[in-house]
Design a protein around this ligand. Structure first.
Ligand code: NAD
Length: 515
């Protein structure tokens, strides 16, 4: 490593061939509070625009993304190592879809809602819930989908009327800078700001006085730090953390589809996907035929179909997981070694007969597919659920009704039958998890709830000098309260309800006169 590399928090070499990457300027940590203050000031005017006006300003981003498709894909290829096809399909197209979805739906999703109020108990009152911006949102992101993931949170956060301070990963700062460029000129100054740096800049965002919410995607280890920092300031945070997704292959699975789908689900983005398939439980009747097809499919991949790991550190974790599994008796059916070029690791299929392995318990985040044979569907479900994580899971079966039923048994925020992981690209579908996967929700109107706060405004057009429940407390007030209790109780018969109603009609006008 040269001297410049030692000083920068940023990745300096392409994982493809270790060629130099463009230098990036870090945001001084001490600048973060001031940038948050500027964002706060800009946010007020931004939130006063109507959702339609905000959407109209952001909509051109969609075509800017599509028109820059090759540039984005080439940069993601060079900076984080993903194949160009994966960059186009996983970064460019879903990002344009995100802009299209939120700009089309934001007006309706932010519509105010009137609360039903009983006119007898609350005469003259109209109460409305307004969905308002939280204020300044800090968006802290990982490197594995450096364009698509940030936009999934940035776009709805902005359209809800928030200002955003976005911190890209130090492993993918150039993709972050490209997002900044694509956004240039669309929004008022300081409504969207990119801050570049490592954990210190992320930490400064969490503790900046003017940041009201942190949306974080990344590792469990950092997620805990972010949650603790936000707890200290009593601000909310949304956490989307790691995964250890299981695929369950049932006896009636279409084995060709299952093998092809599971190989893709495990190896796309070199397995550096929070929703990568990292465990397969296959029932014994079809285990041999399925495993054979998986190994054939992996061996048929051509060079470049699976990119390198993005960092040497990630390759080390992958290598350690595989080596430990080998030592514990796992069979390597293919792969199992580092490649010479860049940070490459050979796509690997393991046959394992225990879950007591790092490669089954911990997030590997690499191109490794461990397969375990199970006696039946019940065992597959039990093993799939035995994990600290719970992001997505897939069930492979021709009996889709049975698959849907089983989906409810799985401890996973997303379950796909005969497919895997791609639903992260659907802006209308919620993405969330159980356990150490965290409690954030990305995509869909559920995500918008976290990015807004409900403000309830009640207008009272009553002309009376006092409300029924105000002072003075008198016997008539007790009569009224008891009559309301009778009227509302399910055990009061129709006669009792009519009597209670008459009591109220007689007592309320007297009460309004102060009796
Ligand atoms: P990471 O936790 O190392 O870093 C994530 C971000 O946090 C980076 O921008 C980093 O600079 C920042 N950061 C580091 N220390 C910080 C601190 N103290 N305070 C605030 N910010 C800090 O994660 P990573 O290696 O970039 O990403 C890989 C992880 O992300 C994997 O575990 C993967 O499963 C997870 N992930 C989850 C999802 C999901 O939707 N659940 C999606 C993608 C990735």
């Amino acid at each position: 490593m040269n001297e410049a590399a030692a000083e920068t928090p940023f990745a300096t070499h392409s994982p493809i061939d270790l060629s130099d990457l463009e230098p990036v300027a870090a945001t001084p940590v001490n600048d973060v509070p001031g940038l948050a203050k500027k964002a706060r000031a800009a946010q007020r005017a931004w939130a006063r625009l109507s959702p339609r006006e905000r959407a109209d300003k952001l909509l051109p981003l969609k075509d800017r993304i599509l028109d820059a498709a090759e540039r984005i894909a080439n940069l993601a290829h060079k900076e984080v190592g993903k194949p160009i096809e994966e960059a186009l399909l996983g970064e460019v197209l879903p990002s344009a879809d995100v802009v299209a979805y939120w700009t089309a739906s934001i007006e309706e999703l932010l519509e105010s809602v009137e609360v039903d109020l009983d006119p007898l108990a609350y005469p003259g009152k109209v109460g409305v819930i307004h969905k308002e911006a939280r204020g300044v949102v800090g968006v802290i992101m990982p490197w594995n989908y450096p364009v698509a993931l940030p936009l999934r949170s940035i776009v709805p956060a902005l359209l809800a009327g928030n200002a955003v301070l976005f911190k890209p990963s130090e492993i993918a700062p150039r993709c972050g800078a490209l997002l900044d460029e694509l956004m240039a000129g669309l929004l008022p100054d300081n409504v969207f700001t990119v801050v570049q740096g490592g954990g210190d800049v992320g930490g400064a965002l969490c503790s900046a006085e003017d940041v009201d919410l942190i949306v974080f995607t990344g590792s469990v280890r950092t997620g805990r730090k972010v949650a603790a920092a936000c707890a200290e300031r009593l601000i909310p945070c949304a956490l989307e953390l790691g995964g250890k997704d299981a695929a369950l292959v049932l006896a009636d699975a279409d084995l060709d589809r299952a093998a092809n789908g599971i190989v893709w689900g495990a190896l796309t983005n070199a397995g550096q996907n929070c929703a990568a398939i990292e465990r397969v439980y296959v029932v014994k009747e079809v285990a041999e035929a399925f495993t054979k097809k998986v190994v054939e499919a992996v061996k048929a991949l051509k060079e470049g179909d699976v990119g390198p790991l993005t960092t040497e550190a990630q390759r080390t974790i992958v290598s350690e997981h595989v080596d430990a599994a080998k030592e514990a008796g796992a069979k390597v059916l293919c792969g199992g070694e580092k490649l010479k070029e860049g940070y490459g690791y050979a796509p690997t299929v393991l046959s394992v007969d225990t879950d007591d392995l790092a490669v089954i318990r911990d997030e590997t985040f690499g191109p490794v597919l461990p397969i375990r044979i199970v006696a039946d569907t019940a065992e597959a479900v039990e093993r799939a659920n035995d994990s600290r994580y719970g992001l997505t899971a897939s069930i492979w079966t021709k009996n889709v009704a049975k698959g849907e039923e089983l989906a409810h048994e799985l401890r996973a925020g997303v379950v796909t039958i005969n497919n895997h992981a791609f639903t992260g690209a659907l802006p209308g579908a919620p993405w969330s998890g159980f356990g150490e996967t965290g409690y954030g929700i990305t995509n869909s109107p559920f995500a918008l709830e976290g990015l807004t706060r409900p403000r309830f405004i009640l207008v009272d057009r009553s002309r009376g000098a006092r409300e029924v429940w105000w002072y003075p407390y008198t016997p008539i007030l007790r009569t009224i309260a008891l009559a309301f209790a009778k009227l509302r109780s399910g055990s009061t018969g129709i006669g009792g309800k009519i009597a209670a109603l008459f009591t109220l009609i007689g007592a309320l006008p007297k009460r309004m006169k102060g009796k």
